[in-house]
Design a protein. Structure first.
Length: 400
């Protein structure tokens, strides 16, 4: 693994692992804010008098903006101190959560979510390249895992956390709690993150060069298929559990927490396995995300069936972030920061497209049709993963 393309002075860090952990908590905070509406979709839609499909824009809009901003921030940030950028974005994230908590209408809510998208793109893009600035060279891999572990943990725990707070105190308090958390993370960054100046930033030419590489193109396509397929279905997991599996509302937060724990297990297993057998890990993940919607359609029409499928779903999706990021780093070992920015961009395009397309299908054709569409995307990802595996085998056979 290489360092980022940014030219940077040697950074003196008094507490390197505390700093790395702080960056990981920042990614956890921003992705939890991103995922928060998924577990609160129905009550927010009811309160703000809008349809479930329209409420799905709370997921797709910030994700789309994050996709646009992530590569841009790497290009335009130049010599700006990364610490100042992170702290500014965390302050803006707190403001966005406060605005969401106070939203009197869906238009207000979506405006607040625009700010969330801005923060998401910036924090993801900067955080991905900081490991080499904070720890010695031999520890960069572990530090990167911790930083992106915040993304993985938030992806699986953000929904149940929001649902739990929403069930006990209402959905507005869920955003209020995240505003407080963002503020506390900002204080932590001010205390433990050192100055992180850089001399230059990546150029558009470097981005174009990396985009021209076939391995990176395949990795980005796989990212789009897996993430879009997942969010087509998972954005509407609350109505899915209520209407298909027949759960009562009071069970939802517990179910989503179990889903989150299954996801953490999946992230841990994929993190161990993906380094050596990346393609096989992605095959298993793709197969899991294919089986989840199909099983919901076949055996998910009961409490037991729906609960078991949800656990399997969490286990499969938990490995997505670490599996795909490992693939990205192998595809562009000399340009990890650029690969990370492109990965973040496509990942969030997948979220935006998946949530939007899922909303359209749910409003027009219903939940079962949406599950079939999600399964189709996962099937395409599975075929592509098999292709990656075959390419790896050919390289090993040829001795490269």
């Amino acid at each position: 693994m290489s360092t980022s393309p940014n030219a940077a002075a040697k950074t003196s860090v008094r507490h390197p692992w505390l700093a790395v952990t702080a960056v990981g908590i920042a990614t956890f905070s921003v992705v939890t804010t991103e995922m928060l509406p998924v577990g609160l979709l129905t009550p927010i839609a009811d309160t703000l008098d809008t349809s479930t499909g329209t409420a799905g824009l709370m997921i797709s809009l910030p994700a789309l903006l994050a996709a646009l901003f992530a590569p841009l921030v790497v290009i335009i940030s130049g010599g700006m101190d990364r610490r100042k950028i992170l702290c500014g974005l965390l302050g803006l994230l707190a403001i966005a959560n406060i605005a969401s908590a106070l939203a009197p209408s869906m238009a207000w809510m979506l405006a607040a979510r625009v700010l969330v998208g801005f923060c998401m793109g910036g924090i993801w893009a900067i955080a991905g390249g900081l490991a080499s600035r904070l720890v010695p060279a031999h520890a960069i891999g572990l530090a990167t895992s911790i930083i992106f572990g915040g993304v993985a943990a938030a992806s699986v725990l953000g929904v149940p956390l929001g649902a739990l707070i929403g069930d006990f105190a209402g959905w507005r308090w869920a955003f209020g709690v995240m505003a407080l958390c963002s503020g506390l993370v900002l204080v932590l960054h001010l205390a433990v993150i050192p100055a992180l100046p850089v001399a230059s930033s990546a150029t558009m030419r470097q981005f174009c060069e990396q985009l021209g590489k076939r391995k990176l193109q395949i990795g980005l396509l796989l990212t789009l298929l897996l993430v879009a397929g997942h969010f087509m279905a998972f954005t509407f997991v609350r109505p899915l559990l209520l209407s298909v599996s027949g759960f009562d509302t009071q069970w939802l937060s517990a179910l989503l927490f179990f889903y989150g724990f299954a996801g953490i297990v999946g992230n841990f297993l994929a993190g161990i396995f993906a380094v050596r057998r990346t393609a096989l890990s992605l095959i298993m993940i793709s197969m899991g995300l294919l089986l989840a919607p199909v099983l919901f359609l076949t055996v998910g029409d009961s409490n037991l069936g729906g609960g078991m499928v949800l656990l399997a779903w969490g286990l499969a999706y938990g490995g997505v972030s670490v599996g795909l990021m490992t693939l990205m780093m192998k595809a562009a070992p000399q340009a990890v920061e650029i690969a990370t920015a492109l990965y973040v961009g496509v990942f969030n395009v997948g979220i935006a497209f998946g949530a939007w397309a899922g909303g359209q299908v749910v409003d027009g054709l219903g939940l079962p049709a949406n599950l079939w569409l999600a399964a189709g995307f996962a099937a395409a990802a599975l075929l592509l993963s098999f292709g990656i595996s075959q390419a790896e085998q050919k390289m090993k056979t040829s001795g490269h």
